[in-house]
Design a protein around this ligand. Sequence first.
Ligand code: 8ID
Ligand code: ZN
Ligand code: ZN
Length: 349
Amino acid sequence: MSEIPKVQYGCIFETNGGPIEYKQIPVPVPKSNEILINVKYSGVCHTDLHAWKGDWPLDTKLPLVGGHEGAGVVVAKGDNVSNFEIGDYAGIKWLNGSCMGCEFCQQGAEPNCAKADLSGYTHDGSFQQYATADAVQAAKIPKGTDLAAVAPILCAGVTVYKALKTAMLAPGQWVAVSGAGGGLGTLAIQYAKAMGLRVLAIDGGEEKGLLCKDLGAEVYIDFTKEKNIVKAIQDATNGGPHGVINVSVSEAAISQSCDYVRALGKVILVGLPAGAVCKSAVFQQVVKSIEIKGSYVGNRQDTAEALDFFVRGLVHSPFKVVGLSELPHVFELMEQGKILGRYVLDTTK
Ligand code: 8ID
Ligand code: ZN
Ligand code: ZN
């Protein structure tokens, strides 16, 4: 066993929207129920940007180390941990831990637990070289897995896989992915295809269009160019998609999905633009009998299933690796909508 240092490099901020400092910070000590993971790579999710800005109606801890798509190796564990051994590969997810005793935890809906502890939000996350995770919720990653490539599966992959399950669509039906060129969207296209669905992708710009098509979307709608988005989507899908996975960070795009979805269709809300409201015309909603459902990450079973698709080579996040110290730059690009797929941080740089 390699020795665990007392200090490490991490990205930390003291105030929401304040400077993000890449500096030496203490290595956390795992509690009795926790494992200590030497994080090798961490994806950067748009949620990390929301956490830094503090634009959601839920307080973050401060100071905070963000990050919740961490993939690494177990280097220490608390006395009560029996499901991980030193040397195992483990993943840090958004849901770091939960009470395991409330009505939601009891039915496997741990993300909905009122006491949910969130990585990179209420619990220091994966933008550091060593991070702690509740062993019950930490993801099991098979040994030999490419840790950079698997990182985006831990939030983006699990989330879109769960959203597609929530939509309960049948093979051969159309699903629209709104925000298809981003971290969640690029994986949603591939999970949808692997589940036998036909994919219409919506995002902005030619580069994202080429990427979406490359990943398996049959149709691409460029929201920055298309004048009548509702008509274009309904025409391309012969009456509207049977389901919509909303992963954009746009209130307008979310409300619009209630307009173009097919009768009896499912509108799934995943993206969380600050202060947004989903507007659906009651007349249309009733006459078309559409469903609007929220979907929030996934539970342990969803995680295992989403990882299985990755391990079998069915889904692969288009990602770019940069050093952990580059996090502020990655946030800038993300804010401008310039990221194709995901950025993954190498914690050694
Ligand atoms: O459990 C959950 N519900 C969950 C889990 C993980 C992430 C929710 N999220 C939320 C994040 O907090 C964020 O609000 O999902 C949203 C998307 O996360 P992401 O995929 O990590 O973000 P991104 O990589 O920046 O991709 C967003 C894409 O949306 C496009 C952008 O161009 C970008 O490619 N987009 C935007 I902004 N406006 C659009 C529009 N009007 C649009 N695409 C189509 N139409
Ligand atoms: Zn996330
Ligand atoms: Zn609970």
